[in-house]
Design a protein around this ligand. Structure first.
Ligand code: NAI
Length: 501
């Protein structure tokens, strides 16, 4: 059986009137659909409609919604308390508690009440769509429709295919999402789908650095904000809540049979154990709300005679552009056989996943340091640096001072491999490559999902375009050698990209 497109005024059912259900109901009603909102908790649907009314009033006050549209939207919302009320719905979206058995039970019951041509969707963030469909009479009619919080604002919907989902159901839900002003990306039902999978290293690399005592949360957050993230990983984890973030990581880890790439962190577990759940309790990595990450210091911009950019590759050029945009005239050593920054007699080489001690040992150079990938944006000027153990104290001070003069805040880290940005971005790219390799999504879908679902400044494949596969592979291979274990294994897709490049 084929499922017809969902008409503009088709009835939409929403089950579960919590945070997500209320957001979905608001979105559907604002786009002209009569909405039946149901919740097993008595009064919850009516309370959600009251919350939606308030949200719409705020939109009118801000001039983003016409008063007549507010009135019409509210009139379309109907609280209901039985599944019978879904009989005339063309689509029913569930946003109930995240529990497989309860979702399966709901879908089996729903099928008894809806019309044969009705599509069913689940907003689950972590449960297999294939598993939710198990036991349904027509599992082909169920797909994932994964919205992001807050639903009215976030532009992404992951449209997720379970093993049995019909192609026309996916097409219909993608078209509907676009009509509702969202961008739909397609994904296969695999642990974490796209966003919650590819985002794991954003948290995991930071937690690893913290476990290794390499940096403070504020240092890492400043370095990551400087490449365009609106918030650093520690701030984001505090915002999401460590209980929720840890649960997502654990579910992806377990769903992958304990693949160490996704292993949860003892650092986060300790926060959980100590009740430091983040902003919602006023303490996590940071204390208070909002968190107190110091803003970057305004640095004087004077072109220091001793600073030069070495090399002629993509990231040297990116750093050179950063200086040019700030009107700084910096020397260039285009013919250098390595790339990085020269400060007096000190070489700061761009990270390739080796720590400064290893590089210094291999090259026989004492005045050597490693500097992070300078993917700097307008939003910050912090960059991680580490120094080889034999670098003199005077040279270390010279490094910090000269970078400051060139408008960069040198975040001097303990000498760990991969620093902050290099290890995180390399791992985000690697995870995205594996997702594509395994047929979870396409490259453009991965980029769109990360930019729209979690506000990344660039998609993983956009970064890869700039960095080139070889640099990422070399970095990951060095990290692999440093740590051993499964975590830093290179995706087969990434290796193939290097061979065809
Ligand atoms: P919530 O706890 O705010 O709301 C869930 C609602 O469902 C509650 O009102 C509860 O009374 C109701 N409910 C529970 N069992 C029910 C049943 N059998 N029939 C009808 N109503 C029932 O939860 P939230 O955050 O809205 O999440 C809902 C779903 O959306 C979950 O599957 C979650 O994983 C997913 N999700 C959550 C996101 C978030 O940021 N909160 C983001 C994306 C997906």
């Amino acid at each position: 059986m084929r499922f017809p497109p969902i008409e503009k005024t088709a009835v939409i059912g929403v089950i579960g009137a919590g945070t997500m259900g209320a957001g979905i109901a608001q979105l559907a009603a604002m786009h002209g659909h009569p909405v039946r909102l149901m919740d097993t908790n008595q009064g919850a649907a009516a309370a959600a409609i009251t919350r939606i009314e308030k949200a719409l009033t705020t939109l009118v006050e801000k001039g983003r919604l016409k008063e007549e549209d507010r009135i019409a939207s509210i009139a379309r919302l109907q609280p209901v308390d039985k599944l019978d009320a879904m009989a005339d719905a063309s689509l029913v979206i569930e946003a109930i508690v995240e529990n497989l058995q309860i979702k399966q039970q709901l879908m089996r019951s729903l099928e008894q009440h809806v019309q044969p041509a009705a599509i069913l969707a689940t907003n689950t963030s972590s449960i297999s769509v294939t598993a939710i469909a198990n036991g349904m009479q027509h599992p082909g009619r169920l797909a994932g429709m994964h919205f992001f919080n807050p639903v009215p604002l976030m532009k992404l919907v992951e449209v997720i295919a379970g093993a049995e989902t019909q192609a026309d159901v996916l097409d219909t839900l993608a078209a509907l999402s676009e009509r509702w002003g969202k961008t739909a990306v397609r994904a296969a039902s695999t642990p974490g789908f796209i966003v919650n999978r590819i985002a794991r290293p954003f948290y995991a690399e930071t937690l690893q650095l913290l476990q290794e005592q390499a940096a403070t949360p504020a240092q890492i957050d400043r370095a990551m904000r400087s490449i365009g993230f609106r918030m650093g990983p520690c701030e984001v984890m505090d915002l999401i809540g460590h209980d929720v973030n840890y649960a997502v990581t654990t579910s992806v880890f377990e769903a992958n049979y304990g693949d160490r790439r996704y292993q949860p962190s003892l650092v986060q577990k300790a926060l959980l154990d100590g009740g430091r759940l983040g902003r919602k309790v006023g303490k996590g990595f940071y204390e208070g709300t909002p968190s107190a990450v110091p803003e970057p210091a305004a640095l004087p911009l004077v072109a220091p005679a001793r600073v030069a950019v070495a090399g002629n590759d993509a990231i040297s050029t990116h750093l050179a552009d950063f200086f040019i945009q700030r009107g700084l005239r910096i020397d260039y050593q285009l013919e250098a056989s390595w790339s990085g920054v020269v400060i007096g007699d000190v070489q700061l080489r761009f990270s390739d996943g080796r720590c400064a001690a290893q590089l210094s040992h291999e090259l026989g150079i004492d005045s050597l340091g490693v500097i992070d990938w300078p993917l700097l944006s307008e939003s910050g000027n912090a960059i991680a640096v580490s120094c080889a153990p034999r670098m003199s104290e005077a040279s270390r001070q010279q490094v910090g001072a000269a970078l400051n003069q060139a408008g960069l805040e040198a975040v001097i880290l303990r000498d760990v491999p991969g620093l902050v940005v290099a290890r995180t971005v390399a791992m985000l790219i690697n995870e995205a490559c594996d997702a594509v390799w395994q047929g979870v999504c396409t490259e453009p879908a991965a980029d769109l999902a990360m930019k729209l679902g979690v506000n990344y400044p660039a998609g993983p494949f956009e970064w890869l375009q700039l960095l080139g596969p070889q640099r990422v592979i070399v970095t990951l291979d060095h990290l692999f050698q440093a740590y051993r274990g499964e975590r830093y294994r290179v995706s087969p897709l990434l290796r193939q990209m290097a061979w065809v490049a």
